[in-house]
Design a protein around this ligand. Structure first.
Ligand code: K7E
Ligand code: CUA
Ligand code: CA
Length: 640
């Protein structure tokens, strides 16, 4: 073990001498490398001995009847959902539909879900596609508190909140004035009131710039396109404010003291073409001074755009040159960075280089010194900018001072020590900051460790989302799954212990101890305003051409088991499941009427449709509930 480690350290030394070739990748280099099959590209000096792969790691297998010890929340990508995994087994337990319809639970079909998703005046869904990348949960005292998770929709710039007691989406807000809503992160405390040691805001970055307002004017002057950084209230889910910035936003990070939020910017050029976005040698990480921004909003130093009422403050470079009043500070980081992650000790944000083979460590206390007027050069908040490998994207932490960064182009994870990197950067070239490297399969994007971005980072498990699986699973046609790999990080060396195919394409995820959550296993009738009081309440009422059908379900019977309406009626079915037994869910589908949803024990849902065809239409239970499940059905009779 120790000799392999030495080998790795030698790697690091060698790496520093080959800086020229690996300094950075230009557009052509990146494109060429991606096309060529990356597994071999970064081979020089990066591979460790194959025998180390044989080192046994912890067994992630969870035996039948046993429970996982961690929850994982995974973004679903362009399936538009959030996925719930048990960890370390990697078993998918649940999917929470947010932005796109889901025929299993009836998301986008029931009236309640449509009200959350948003509808057009004719009642149809405003949007039916979504692209989720990042999910993060609410904090208290620097750890997750089990209230909420949030997830972004990049396609339609929506933020969804998921209640972690029921694992359901309860609010969706569309952000004004932005496109390409990508990074998202809740704050972890209030910068002013120390009693508020929990999440009250969620910050949202937007990648794409547009004319402001985007109303058809100024479309040909790309140099005037702008991006905004957005703050959403964690409770009301209203947009509190936005900041007009120079450059764009990519990923978002927040400090543990609530004072700072940051976003990485890969397009400081404000380019609209591929080449333009990569023309500058360096880009930036923008830091937001939350207390000052909120004061500026309160003082009315704001403007609005178009129809939006959201107050916007000026965070541009030109308006923020004086540290004493600046709302935003721009730190220079190498070309086209990607992830920005907060170390669990609360001291640093780490920017991953992407086109530069480096990680940049920014000392938050120095950023605050700049805002406070005691540090002249904001760029001197960088305490390390060290080479770690090709294509760094995202970083996770073990709570023991080590960082783990995905190297997309090298198809590796690099484990490096943050303090050692800082010493190396300060001039001690004898320090070996790279601790280990591990091949993964293939081209990793996101990475996270158990409890990583919390004060309780526990250094047990590391999961990595590999964007390409190539040959790792049985071939099933041209679309390949992604490969989620699990790594034991308890020791000095990383050990790959499992891999699972996942439907494309998760991006970010978090893993946290199961004790932090206490989900409800059964609803209460009183949770739902429309709930039938009892089985007696079931039946049909009419007001003009509007018909309400209240249905009670008790396995294996719907009451009523038939109802009659007239063609052209607008029918609302309200169904309450009176079963009380955990897991005894019923479904409700109507033949030919494109309706299906489930109703869990003690839950109530409703659906509204026009009975536009005469005839007999069976409704039936779609969710296996009883030995007589198939008999659980009834007739909707539509008279002419
Ligand atoms: Cu978080 Cu995938 Cu949207 Cu990086 S992005 S990989
Ligand atoms: Cu009720 Cu199946
Ligand atoms: Ca750039």
């Amino acid at each position: 073990m120790s000799t392999e480690q030495g080998g790795n350290r030698a790697d690091t030394a060698e790496r520093t001498t080959t800086t020229g070739r690996r300094q950075f990748l230009g557009a052509a280099g990146l494109a060429g490398v991606v096309g060529a099959g990356l597994a071999t590209f970064g081979a020089a000096g990066c591979r460790r001995e194959p025998e180390s792969q044989a080192t046994a790691g912890a067994d992630p297998h969870v035996k039948p009847g046993e429970l996982d010890t961690y929850y994982g929340l995974w973004s679903g990508g362009h399936t538009g959902d959030l996925r719930v995994l048990g960890m370390p087994s990697g078993r998918e337990i649940h999917r929470v539909p947010c932005f796109v319809p889901d025929p299993l639970v009836g998301w986008g079909i029931t009236n309640e879900s449509k009200a959350i998703m948003g509808t057009n005046p004719d009642g149809s869904l405003k949007y039916t596609v979504g692209d989720t990348h990042h999910t993060h949960a609410s904090y208290r005292d620097g750890n997750y508190d089990g209230r909420y998770a949030w997830i972004n929709d990049k396609i339609n710039c929506r933020i969804a909140r998921i209640r972690l007691d029921t694992f359901t989406c309860d609010k969706i807000t569309e952000l004004p004035n932005v496109q390409g809503f990508h990074g998202i992160f809740p704050d972890k405390a209030d910068p002013v009131d120390p009693a508020i040691n929990y999440t009250t805001r969620v910050f949202c970055g937007s990648e794409f710039s547009t004319p402001l307002p985007n109303d058809g004017r100024g479309m040909n002057d790309a140099s005037a396109y702008r991006s905004l950084f957005t703050c959403v209230d964690a409770e009301s889910m209203e947009v509190r404010w936005q900041v007009l910035i120079d450059g764009n936003c990519d990923l978002v990070a927040t400090s543990f003291d609530g004072k700072l939020a940051a976003t990485n910017q890969y397009n400081t050029e404000m380019g609209v073409t591929f080449a333009d976005m990569m023309s500058a040698e360096r880009d930036r990480c923008a830091f937001f001074h939350i207390e000052r921004i909120e004061a500026a909003v309160a003082a009315g130093r704001t403007r609005t755009y178009g129809d939006s009422k959201v107050p916007v403050v000026d965070g541009t470079i030109a308006a923020n040159g004086d540290p004493a009043t600046a709302l935003v500070a721009y730190v220079s980081v190498p070309k086209n960075p990607h992830g920005v992650n907060a170390s669990p000790d609360g001291k640093y944000f780490i920017c991953s280089g992407k086109l530069s083979p480096t990680a940049t460590v920014i000392d938050l206390s120095r950023v605050l010194e700049w805002f406070g007027g005691t540090r002249e050069d904001i760029d001197s908040s960088i305490v390390a900018e060290v080479e770690i490998g090709l294509g760094p994207l995202h970083t996770a932490f073990d709570g023991r001072g080590n960082a783990y960064t995905t190297l997309f182009l090298d198809s590796q994870i690099v484990k490096w020590n943050v303090d050692a990197a800082i010493r190396f950067h300060a001039g001690d070239q004898s320090v070996a900051y790279v601790v280990d490297r591990l091949d993964v399969h293939y081209q990793p994007g996101h990475i996270n460790a158990s409890q990583s971005e919390t004060k309780a980072a526990d250094g047990q498990w590391l999961a990595v989302g590999c964007k390409f699986s190539k040959d790792r699973f049985l071939p099933a046609g041209p679309l390949h799954p992604e490969n989620e790999q699990l790594i034991d990080i308890r020791g000095e060396r990383m050990v790959l212990v499992a891999e699972h195919p996942v439907r494309p394409e998760p991006h970010d995820f978090i893993i946290f101890k199961r004790e932090l959550l206490t989900p409800k296993q059964v609803y209460q009738l009183s949770d739902f305003p429309l709930a039938l009081a009892s089985g007696e309440d079931a039946g049909v009422t009419r007001s003009g051409n509007r018909v309400t059908v209240k249905i009670a379900s008790v396995a294996p019977v719907f009451s009523p088991s038939e109802f009659t309406v007239r063609r052209g009626d607008v029918v609302t079915v309200i169904m309450t499941n009176f079963d009380t037994v955990e897991d005894l869910t019923h479904g409700f589908a109507i033949e030919k009427y494109n309706i299906n949803f489930i109703v869990n024990p003690q839950e109530t849902k409703s659906v509204t449709f026009r009975a536009d065809r005469t005839g007999v239409y069976w409704y039936y239970c779609t969710h296996f509930c009883h030995a007589l499940h198939l008999e659980m059905r009834g007739r909707m009779i539509v008279e002419g």
